[in-house]
Design a protein around this ligand. Structure first.
Ligand code: 13P
Ligand code: SF4
Length: 309
């Protein structure tokens, strides 16, 4: 009797369904290894926009799959688990955001891509952690800015660009739990290691970082740096891509409040090989959205795509 291998079955279904698998660095390692494109949220949005396959399978969280649908509506976009949300998106409901925005007339609304389609539709420009600084710098200096929903990324941008911005008070449940005391202890035990961190971390953590950037820029920096060891302050999925890309270097997961380096995003980790297989088999659950909402969300996303080209 032939035992079916789930990796082979996923590859077979991808071919049969004419599907492209886009996966974020925070996915489990086996999903990363099966992906046609592995990337950060900007790279994956760019891949989704130019994809010509009939189906896009998005192994990431819902706002990422929704972004793919907004940018490329002719494709069927499916994801393994529609419940894979994001604390930043969930913490910024569109009616509350509309009321917040109304308190700041005349402000240009720059919104981090980690938000719902409804919140994108209320925004002027979308950004990711890869292009946020460039986008803020593209706005005339006398133009007031409202930034949502991540206050840590917002504060980091205020410091970087010198622009004063009104910030929505959102945080990421993974990046807000890194612990300064445990991090200092780990640094002391690894004196040659550099600290590399995602800008969603709290200011007290970012103060210790030798380099701050999006998931793909952390990966690229680890290859360029003279250091041979790195304390990585972001979701643990990226460690797989780092160890694969730079096998001669050491990557150490930064400790969270419980002192452990188990920094998993519970939303990202809802995707498994089993539900990825089922999603390809049934082409469900599918991302669908109202066309007028999609068009309103597309305008600020297109501004981002132009500014990131
Ligand atoms: P990137 O833009 O670096 O991929 O980050 C996305 C994210 O969700 C970070 O928590
Ligand atoms: Fe959202 Fe944080 Fe998970 Fe990224 S790591 S998807 S910001 S909850």
């Amino acid at each position: 009797m032939k035992v079916l291998d789930i990796h082979d079955e996923i590859r077979r279904l991808k071919r049969e369904r004419d599907a492209i698998l886009l996966a974020h660095y925070y996915q489990e390692s086996e999903i990363q290894d099966l992906a046609d494109h592995l990337g950060d949220s900007l790279a994956l949005a760019q891949q989704a926009a130019k994809c010509t396959n009939r189906v896009i399978v998005f192994a990431g969280v819902k706002f990422m799959a929704e972004t793919a649908k907004i940018l490329n509506p002719a494709r069927t976009v499916v994801m393994p688990d529609l419940e894979a949300g994001c604390s930043l998106a969930d913490g910024c409901p569109a009616p509350d955001f509309a009321a917040f925005k109304a308190r700041y007339p005349g402000h240009v609304v720059v919104t981090y891509i980690n938000c719902s389609t409804e919140v994108k539709a209320l925004s002027d420009i979308i950004c990711t952690s890869s292009n946020a600084e460039k986008i803020i710098r593209s706005i005339p200096r006398d133009q007031p800015i409202l930034f949502a929903p991540d206050k840590n990324l917002g504060r980091f941008l205020v410091q970087k660009t010198g622009r004063d911005m009104v910030l929505w008070p959102g945080t990421c449940i993974v990046h807000e739990t890194f612990n300064e005391r445990h991090l200092i202890r780990l640094k002391t035990r690894n004196p040659g290691a550099e600290v590399i961190a995602h800008p969603e971390c709290d200011e007290v953590i970012l103060r210790h970082a030798n380099f701050i950037g999006s998931t793909s820029s952390l990966l690229a920096y680890a290859g360029k740096s003279r250091a041979k060891a790195f304390i990585v302050v972001t979701e643990g999925g990226i460690l797989h891509a780092m160890r694969k890309a730079w096998p001669d270097r050491e990557f150490i997961a930064a400790p969270n409040d419980s002192g452990c380096g188990c920094n998993e995003c519970p939303h990202m980790k809802r995707n498994t090989l089993d539900n990825l297989y089922a999603c390809l088999d049934r082409l469900a659950p599918e991302i669908t959205m109202d066309e007028s909402l999609r068009l309103r969300a597309l305008a600020p996303l297109e501004r981002m795509m132009q500014l990131s080209a």
